[in-house]
Design a protein around this ligand. Structure first.
Ligand code: PHE
Length: 444
């Protein structure tokens, strides 16, 4: 079947799709915050080292597995490793399936806020009621579920059109749009009076805050942000043509992801500082703090709308990649056609997302004290993801070593000068770093 396998139409399109996967909520609502918290410019340097050393290595490993096997994540590990290795592919599949179920819920909130920016949101925020507006919105069962389903419909609608005709085509438009919006927002933010204090908090290096915890935070953020160990880069890799130089593609994707993360901080901190509002992290920052900031700006509705479009695009292109992991499984393993796989898996994931959507205030759906959404997030990101990543490194580092080398160098035709360094990162450095974040992240 591999002769008929779909492929990316162009290198640019593939890079946009992979960068679209990497650039997501993590870049916009988490990177700026942890950077501010762990020492500004000093943390940025550590983060850069982590993504260059570990992130690039694991992404390269994933691309090479996928391109060689030309199958979905489960099939790739079955074909190249056999034995128990398909379990690693399964871990990716489960992560993608579960993460998408709640990621679509959050993407739905962003989608709703694009329009709410012109409704009562700015007035509520101006009256100091941004938190009430948000809590009321996500606790409304009909809205929470409706927006979640709407996002799933959009995702299914794009992915069912295929790799080049659906995913690539949409990402080629969405990603440049994302860059344009972020640049507009930066210009607005840094030209506000009083913006300098925010820039200083964000970027002034403070090496005393660079603790062991900060370094672990950098590793965890790097993995999440690059969409590693979820089967995504294996799956996307399976559509790359043989004449692509993989380390080159990896460089582009990692640079773009890191750039957007860095730029998001230039939007958030100067604006928050200009209005004397403290910037936190996560949903609170994006859906409560920022509306309060926009409400104080001239033409705040417009900038609020632009920001939530940015957030929605970032989340949508990541959701697409999560969905493709599951659809590729349906096509390659269950022998469905793309349309059927998209519909069946789309419905299943949408259903699983409903308890997450409802768990945010509408109905108390808890697992051992965490909301359903938070529990799903914990199990995938703190448990399955680091374990899967360790096994991927061990797989290419110790088991499928010659295969990986042949794949990356196109059987020796291309030079990959960093090969030995890459190999030892996969063998030792990355598994150790991942084991540390795994153990550290096991606090429920
Ligand atoms: N990389 C995305 C982000 O930074 C999140 C993501 C993780 C997307 C895993 C897909 C899979 O938000």
């Amino acid at each position: 079947m591999s002769e008929n396998r779909e492929q990316w139409g162009s290198k640019f399109g593939f890079i946009m799709a992979a960068a679209g996967s990497a650039v997501g909520l993590g870049n916009i609502w988490r990177f700026p915050y942890i950077t501010g918290k762990y020492g500004g410019g000093a943390f940025v340097l550590v983060y850069l080292a982590v993504v260059v050393i570990i992130g690039m290595s694991v992404m390269l490993a994933e691309f090479s597995i996928g391109r060689n096997a030309k199958l979905d994540a489960v099939g790739s590990f079955r074909k190249l490793g056999g034995g128990v290795w398909p379990i690693v592919g399964w871990m990716g599949f489960i992560c993608a399936f579960v993460i998408l179920s709640y990621y679509a819920v959050i993407a739905g909130w962003a989608f709703a806020y694009i329009f709410k920016s012109f409704g009562g949101l700015m007035a509520a925020a101006e009256a100091g009621k941004a938190a009430d507006a948000f809590v009321g919105f996500i606790a409304n069962p009909v809205q929470a579920v409706a927006y979640h389903i709407l996002v799933m419909v959009i995702v299914v609608g794009i992915v069912c059109k295929g790799i080049s005709g659906g995913i690539e085509k949409s990402c080629k438009v969405l990603m440049p749009a994302l860059f344009a919006i972020i640049l507009i927002l930066i210009v607005r933010s840094v030209t506000l009076p009083g913006a300098g204090a925010g820039l200083e908090f964000y970027l002034k290096p403070d090496f005393s805050k660079l603790t062991g915890e900060a370094i672990l935070a950098a590793v965890g953020q790097g993995f999440f942000s690059l969409s590693l160990a979820m089967g995504i880069m294996v799956t996307y890799g399976s559509y790359i043509s043989k004449d692509e130089y993989l380390p080159g593609s990896v460089r582009y994707v990692v640079c773009l992801d890191t750039l957007v993360a860095f730029l998001s901080g230039l939007v958030i901190f100067p604006a928050a500082a200009a209005f004397g509002i403290e910037a936190g992290a996560g949903a609170g920052l994006t859906f409560i703090t920022l509306p309060a900031v926009f409400a104080k700006m001239p033409m705040g509705s417009l900038f609020s709308c632009a920001f939530f479009m940015l957030l929605f695009i970032a989340a949508l292109t990541s959701a697409i990649s999560l969905f493709e992991v599951t659809v590729a499984y349906g096509i390659d393993q269950l022998k469905m056609n793309r349309m059927k796989a998209s519909l069946v898996l789309g419905v299943l994931i949408a259903l699983l997302g409903i308890p997450s959507a409802l768990s945010q205030g509408a109905v108390p759906i808890n697992i051992a004290g965490k909301s359903f959404l938070d529990a799903a997030d914990f199990i995938t990101n703190n448990v399955i993801m680091p374990l899967g990543a360790i096994f991927i490194c061990i797989f290419v580092g110790w088991f499928w070593t010659d295969g990986a080398k042949a794949e990356i160098t196109d059987n020796g035709k291309l030079v990959f000068p960093m090969y030995t360094i890459w190999l030892w990162i996969c063998r030792i450095v990355a598994p150790v770093a991942l084991a540390l974040i795994f153990v550290n992240g096991l606090k429920w």
